[in-house]
Design a binder for this molecule. Structure first.
Ligand code: HEM
Length: 289
């Protein structure tokens, strides 16, 4: 096949942030043509399911390497070799801003977390809205509208009870606990809806919410506690047992569930990541309100 004649060294000359494929590559790469793959901005290439809105992306470099090894399309999706969770992580990390995480690719929109000036009222709104989201997630897997949701019961990552304890703690210190507000309520509604009709998209949110909280979420919790809680560590940021093992158990289950998904279903799940960032971002911003 002509595509396999493109030397790797040549393809390696292409930078990740190039926005257009050089003609010599597109015209020679039979793999790219036959899959109707086209090049998009920001150094990504859309894959098989382009009809779903162009979010099925892989880094330019990987796509070119695939083009040189057309007989091995397995390598097409970043992280795929390690399992589907790695694919979800890859997409999520790119949606961070550069100041949030090393792998982030978005421009910062506001001040970095270390410059945040949180208020107790804002933080309480964040905790209340987070609780309604975790209540919803935990209710959904308990009910298990799709039998595989039951795999995600009692993972040890649940946050609903710990948030209830934290809110009690604030109440006992004379703080008024606010009603849930729009960001939490609309995310909870959305998750409820999705869980009934779109299990792949739902699982994307499930992954992002629980895993984000153990990474950036914990870091945010520490910074806020330093500034307004005299370093008091809330229950929200404590897990029983070995957290990395709990996370690994959930990764294994997610990988297992996704093994039975078609490539299109996987892509559909990955596409949902952006919404997860949008909804969670709105809740995070309550800290500064
Ligand atoms: C101010 C906001 C945020 C900050 C500062 C932040 C920061 C981070 C950091 C430092 C990591 C660890 C990176 C590493 O493993 O090297 C991380 C991981 C991650 N973040 Fe965020 N993040 C933020 C918001 C979000 C949001 C809104 C989501 C999605 C809802 C999200 C999803 C994830 C996921 C899925 C991981 C991977 C966790 C893992 O592999 O265990 N993050 N984040």
């Amino acid at each position: 096949m002509a595509s396999s004649t493109i030397p790797i060294s040549k393809s390696q000359l292409l930078r990740r942030h190039e926005t257009q494929a050089p003609k010599s590559i597109t015209s020679k790469a039979g793999f790219l043509q036959s899959e109707s793959v086209f090049f998009k901005g920001k150094g990504y290439v859309s894959g098989g399911g382009v009809g779903r809105g162009g979010l099925l992306k892989m880094p330019f470099k990987s796509a070119v390497v695939s083009a040189t090894t057309a007989e091995k399309p397995k390598k097409r999706y970043p992280g795929e070799a390690k399992g589907f969770v790695e694919e979800m992580r890859f997409v999520a990390m790119k949606l961070h801003t550069r100041d949030q995480a090393r792998e982030g690719e978005k421009e910062p929109e506001g001040p970095p977390v270390k410059k945040w000036e949180p208020s107790i009222d804002g933080y309480l709104k964040f905790l209340v809205d987070s609780k309604i989201v975790y209540d919803t997630l935990e209710g959904i897997v308990r009910k298990a509208a799709y039998p595989f949701y039951a795999e995600f019961q009692n993972t040890g990552l649940e946050r609903s009870e710990s948030l209830a304890k934290d809110l009690e703690w604030f109440k006992a210190r004379g703080h008024d606990i606010p009603e849930p507000s729009a960001p939490g309520l609309s995310y909870a509604n959305y998750l409820q809806e999705l869980s009934q009709k779109d299990p792949q998209a739902f699982l994307c949110h499930f992954y992002n919410i629980y895993f984000a909280h153990t990474a950036g979420g914990r870091m945010i919790g520490r910074k806020v506690a330093e500034k307004i809680l005299e370093k008091k560590e809330l229950e929200f940021y404590k897990w029983e047992g070995d957290l990395s093992q709990l996370l690994q158990n959930v990764r294994d289950k997610l990988n297992k569930v996704a093994e039975s998904w078609s490539r299109e279903e996987k892509d559909h799940c990955l596409e949902e990541t952006e919404k997860s960032f949008k909804y969670s971002g709105d809740i995070l911003r309550l800290i500064l309100s």
